[in-house]
Design a protein around this ligand. Structure first.
Ligand SMILES: C[S@@+](CC[C@H](N)C(=O)[O-])C[C@H]1O[C@@H](n2cnc3c(N)ncnc32)[C@H](O)[C@@H]1O
Length: 277
């Protein structure tokens, strides 16, 4: 079955990677990829064949494996993903690592724009001393996040609303966010597979990729204690304009570029500071 699928991809000259075909088959059979290799000769039932064929066709149509399988690994845990949520990305693991290091003991942390909940849930599970509140504008996304929290045993408060609106009047000891930052006016910067992901999770207003960050920084003036760390994920083209914005903002300081293993800056760390002078 795997060989037949590979042959189709070779004949077309493009399509899913070999490893994704194997991951897909392993998922259909409910086994690990190692198990798949060890039991390579096992005949498939008609149901298994039909299920693999249907998923293979979706992969051929360009749909990301995470949506086809309904799951994605993040920070060593398996999260449910549906087309209502962004597929968690490896760069967001850098955001989480930086947050785990920066957040003070027992801080109450706010994660707006939570999507699948991968950031909030990972923070809650890796740092049980933290109190975590997360929000999103999308009710279906919050449903997926709450389902992930229940299956992974994480305690997170989920709220629906835009940016700081659902927590108006409350004050937090840290802010962690991966808001929408892809500029729809720059189609040269994103690839076709994004068409499967929710627009609200991806796109900033056209020509304004730092819009969400400005909203979050403005809300943090009343919503964060002095000294609270702020961690933002940004796009390859958004990190520098965002750093510039943060450096010029009177209410924030200690702006630090966090580099990933490839030496690229996709995460910024800053701090809510007292305005002097
Ligand atoms: C880039 S995704 C991040 C998802 C997840 N935190 C992650 O890192 O994988 C952005 C999320 O922000 C949500 N969103 C968009 N506009 C928002 C707003 N004004 N307020 C709160 N959430 C918003 C989208 O629904 C989406 O789930």
């Amino acid at each position: 079955m795997l060989e037949a699928a590979e042959a189709v991809v070779v004949k077309r000259g493009s399509g899913p990677a070999r490893v994704d075909l194997a991951r897909c088959l392993a998922g259909v059979l409910g086994v690990s990829r190692l198990h798949l290799l060890l039991d390579y000769e096992r005949p498939l039932s008609e149901d298994e064949r039909a299920s693999y064929r249907a998923r293979f066709q979706r992969l051929l149509d360009g749909e990301p494996l995470a949506y086809v399988m309904g799951r994605r690994e993040f920070f060593g845990r398996s999260f449910r993903v549906t087309p209502d949520v962004l597929i968690p990305r490896p760069e967001t693991e850098t955001l989480v690592s930086a947050a785990l290091e920066a957040l003070p003991e027992a801080a109450h942390v706010f994660e707006p724009c939570t999507g699948s909940g991968c950031v909030a849930i990972t923070l809650a599970l890796e740092r049980p001393d933290l109190v975590v509140t997360a929000s999103d504008v999308s009710a279906p996304a919050l449903g997926v996040a709450a389902e992930n929290a229940a299956s992974l045993g994480a305690e997170v408060e989920w709220l629906k609303g835009s940016f700081w609106q659902p927590v108006a009047g409350r004050v937090f000891g840290g802010l962690v966010a991966n808001p929408p930052y892809v500029d729809p006016a720059r189609p040269d910067l994103f690839d076709a597979s994004l068409r499967f992901e929710p627009e609200a999770a991806l796109f900033s207003p056209a020509g304004d990729p730092t819009f969400a960050y400005r909203e979050l920084l403005a809300g943090g003036i009343d919503g964060l204690v002095i000294g609270a760390p702020v961690l933002f994920e940004a796009g390859i083209d958004t990190a520098e304009p965002l750093a510039d914005l943060a450096e010029r903002h009177a209410d924030y300081g200690d702006v630090t570029r966090v580099l990933d293993i490839a030496g690229k800056c996709r995460v910024l760390r800053l701090r809510r500071c007292a305005v002097t002078g």
